[in-house]
Write a protein of this length. Sequence first.
Length: 97
Amino acid sequence: MTADELFAGAVAGQALDADAPALLHALWHEARGDWQRAHEIVQQQAGARAAAVHAYLHRREGDLANADYWYARAGLSRFAGELDQERRTLATSLLAA
């Protein structure tokens, strides 16, 4: 599965495999417009990848100060591209892991 297939399925209402990593579930919910559920999932996760997804979610929300906090926790600078590009990049990285 590619990131584009993941998000096309989310928009089309296709279920995500229950065994998929929690961070992919967070991105899937956000792609469906359920930012709150995505945030609930990522808050339960630890590590740099979770911090990167958390940063993205706050950037999507428009809370750049909070996003920058999470980017720093992930050891990253704020993503310079479009939001959808960042989501795709994060998902691609998670799918490759």
